[in-house]
Write a protein that binds this ligand. Structure first.
Ligand SMILES: Cc1cc2nc3c(=O)[nH]c(=O)nc-3n(C[C@H](O)[C@H](O)[C@H](O)COP(=O)(O)O)c2cc1C
Length: 117
């Protein structure tokens, strides 16, 4: 399984760099040609980043999305923490596989590495 990731300030990108699978920056592709796990940050107040919304406006990309790993920061409030994952679940029914705080701990990275294997 490949990982397609969205990262604005580098946390998600840093996690992606520590995985043992192929990872692709969402800004560099228009269409997924195989199944993928989406790894994204949370924007606004529990919102899905624009570039993720844009990518998923193509139903073919949604079909290939097999799970979501979401990064957030608890300082945005319990309601909004990792809210992008909740929104994606509500909209597309995609399972939220893991919630990670910012760039994660070593334990988070190990768990995510296992998940995407
Ligand atoms: C403007 C802004 C809004 C954010 N809103 C939320 C939010 O609502 N919920 C949340 O859990 N994290 C929120 N975050 C935190 C980021 O999702 C988190 O730090 C993430 O790790 C950033 O990933 P990146 O460095 O790959 O872009 C926000 C960050 C910024 C800068």
């Amino acid at each position: 399984m490949i990982v397609i990731y969205a990262s604005r300030t580098g946390n998600v990108e840093a996690i992606a760099a520590q995985l043992d699978v192929e990872t692709v920056d969402i800004n560099t592709i228009a269409a997924a040609e195989e199944d993928f796990i989406l790894m994204t940050y949370t924007d606004g107040a529990g919102d899905v980043p624009f570039e993720v919304e844009s990518f998923l406006s193509d139903p073919a990309n949604v079909q290939h999305m097999k799970g979501v790993i979401v990064s957030g920061d608890p300082m945005y409030g319990e309601e909004n923490y990792c809210g992008a994952g909740d929104r994606l679940h509500e909209t597309y029914g995609t399972e939220v596989l893991y919630r990670v705080e910012n760039a994660g701990t070593e334990a988070d990275i190990a768990a995510i590495r296992e998940l995407v294997k």
